[in-house]
Design a protein around this ligand. Structure first.
Ligand code: T46
Length: 134
């Protein structure tokens, strides 16, 4: 069974086009304290390669596509993001890598906390050790 969690947003729209509204309590299971976006990712570049101790995040690919490798220390799963009406929930203690960015990819991330380097686990062996000890 997959451990990947996708949140589906309602697509509102009319003849002019589409619109998605994201409201904290409605569709996001945490208080949004930070928003950032990743764009202009160069060809054959991968990003991420870390887990967070406490942070919760939702990634939404607004344009183009990219893929995520999600790893809970026991299983790895790959998922492609290409639909702006879907958000990938990254819970804490999930090692994640981002690959296969299309040139036009714009990835929006909603995060439950401010930027704290101390929340990152950037060493894979350390991550596995922490998963094992939990
Ligand atoms: C994550 C994935 C999905 C800041 O100063 N503030 C911020 O809010 C962020 C996110 C980054 N930074 C700085 C830290 C680095 O000097 O921006 C630089 C690039 O960050 P990083 O190498 O961590 O980027 P990614 O794409 O590897 O990871 C990012 C997030 O950092 C991370 O939390 O889960 O996207």
């Amino acid at each position: 069974m997959s451990f990947i969690k996708i949140i589906k947003f309602q697509k509102l729209g009319d003849l002019r086009g589409s619109l998605v509204a994201i409201e904290e309590k409605e569709s996001i299971p945490f208080k949004i304290k930070r928003v950032y976006y990743i764009f202009n990712t160069q060809k054959n570049i991968s990003r991420g390669f870390h887990a967070h101790k406490n942070l919760l995040q939702i990634c939404i690919c607004l344009k183009g596509h990219c893929s995520f490798v999600m790893d809970n220390g026991r299983t790895k799963e790959k998922i492609e993001l290409k639909d702006p009406t879907e958000g990938l929930l990254i819970e804490s203690m999930i090692w994640h890598e981002m690959h296969d960015f299309s040139e036009d990819c714009v990835l929006l991330v909603l995060a439950s906390d401010h930027y704290k380097e101390s929340d990152y686990i950037r060493n894979y062996k350390e991550f596995l050790k922490m998963v094992k000890n939990n």
